[in-house]
Design a binder for this molecule. Sequence first.
Ligand SMILES: Nc1ncnc2c1ncn2[C@@H]1O[C@H](COP(=O)(O)OP(=O)(O)O)[C@@H](O)[C@H]1O
Ligand SMILES: Cc1ncsc1CCOP(=O)(O)O
Ligand SMILES: [Mg+2]
Length: 263
Amino acid sequence: MNLDLLTTLRQQNPIVLTLANDVTVQDVANGLNALGASPIMSAEVDEAEAMVTIAGAVCLNLGTLTKLQLAQMRAVGAAANQQHKPVIFDPVAVGAVPYRLQAAQTLLRAVHADIIRGNAGEIAALADWDWQAKGIDAGTGSGDLVAMAQACAQKYHCVVVLSGATDIVTDGQQVVRVHNGTELFQLHVGSGDLLSSLVAAFAAVQPQDLLAAAATAATVLAGTGELVAAQLTASRPGTFAMLLIDKLHLVTPAELSKIAVVD
Ligand SMILES: Nc1ncnc2c1ncn2[C@@H]1O[C@H](COP(=O)(O)OP(=O)(O)O)[C@@H](O)[C@H]1O
Ligand SMILES: Cc1ncsc1CCOP(=O)(O)O
Ligand SMILES: [Mg+2]
């Protein structure tokens, strides 16, 4: 974890290509933009290679998949692998819908994901661990979440970010835990999608150390949310979402390092 990367990100303003879902696309674009990255979204297979060429990293979000979008993900993923641009994969709801799990597994055979970011239900499904996911949410289960994240990272030879009350970031061996956050994230649909695209933004500026990039992204989002929640006098998810965008724009590495609980 290296909060100075936030300054680097703002200086470099990396282009992040997100193949987004239809539900949270605007939150993701605004969150990236507010923090200091340059978002671009695309839905056209034929522009895949050109899009990857201008991007610093790509994020493939399975949230509202279609056969056409899966083909686009393969094209964008393959171009990113070829151009050595980091690929971040968000396997939305693969723990709850077998069709999605199969689609994700097929995609991951064709494209190397450098980082997979999901909640416990999604990472469990990819790692083939017993768990009861619920729709887009983590659901319930028992077991060692760190071992589960490590198993997923080893299986797919990548960095895994298993998000939740504690974000677990691992390359299969090393583990970083980010203990910051607020339960308000769970009341705003799209928090995970934003995290995945912010992971891509930090990967674009730190491609040589993806574990550090992912841990920094997790700390920045969870820490910023925590700072916002501390200002609210009641549980207000709508206000939280609005203030989160403002704070992503204003937050400093110094502010975050004061509250970061990372081990
Ligand atoms: N119970 C919680 N307490 C604090 N922060 C949380 C909690 N659950 C999720 N978060 C934060 O919410 C963000 C999105 O993660 P998560 O909710 O797991 O993703 P998804 O929306 O894909 O399920 C992360 O920054 C994570 O740290
Ligand atoms: C509600 C919904 N349905 C399909 S994708 C999506 C958004 C998922 O957002 P997140 O995983 O960030 O909570
Ligand atoms: Mg999600």
